[in-house]
Design a protein around this ligand. Sequence first.
Ligand code: SF4
Ligand code: SF4
Length: 202
Amino acid sequence: MKKYINNIWLGIYTVLVGMKITIIHLFAKNVTVQYPNKHPLEKASGDKMPMNARNRIFVDMDLCNGCNGCARACPVNCITVQTLKVVPGDAPPLKNGEKRGLWVPSYTLDFAKCCFCGLCIDPCPTEAIKMTTEFEYSAYDRKDLFYKFSTMTDEEIQQKKELLANFQAEKAKKEAEAKKAADAAKAAEAPKPETGELKIDN
Ligand code: SF4
Ligand code: SF4
């Protein structure tokens, strides 16, 4: 009889041990939400995105210096950055006050390829590229996942290109003139060969 009661108690005890975690979570505060009925970012709910959540990326072009660090770090090559050299005197600083090194006529990111690894974020020297809290951006057409972040207009790009071409042509001209003057000065300084009769031995 004692063994019979012991077996019943052992059965109950084993179930209680097995159910311990379930019972604790039955009375604990929920950490999940019933999405989409409840939005995780609803202010009223007080819920927040988990720390380091991986969501849509945003690039602030007023901070982007065109260094290409993000594109080099991307393992799936979904970032493409095209740049244009700035002409001295025609380069307003970045939003954070830093010197602008390059214009960025084109910055594209293909979210259809992006795996949200976040490797593009850390190499950015100006913190221009960041993860946002936006995660609802599915699309019916893959083309809609191809984002263009650059803000320069076609006219601005053309104007910057012409300015750069003129600057480079002017620079090349000045360099050629300086080289010509240096060559002339060198030739003037060189010792003149002695003149004399040319003797021919028969
Ligand atoms: S999150 Fe990863 S895959 Fe997406 S753009 Fe950045 S580096 Fe590339
Ligand atoms: S790393 Fe930052 S500054 Fe450099 S190209 Fe990417 S977004 Fe722009």
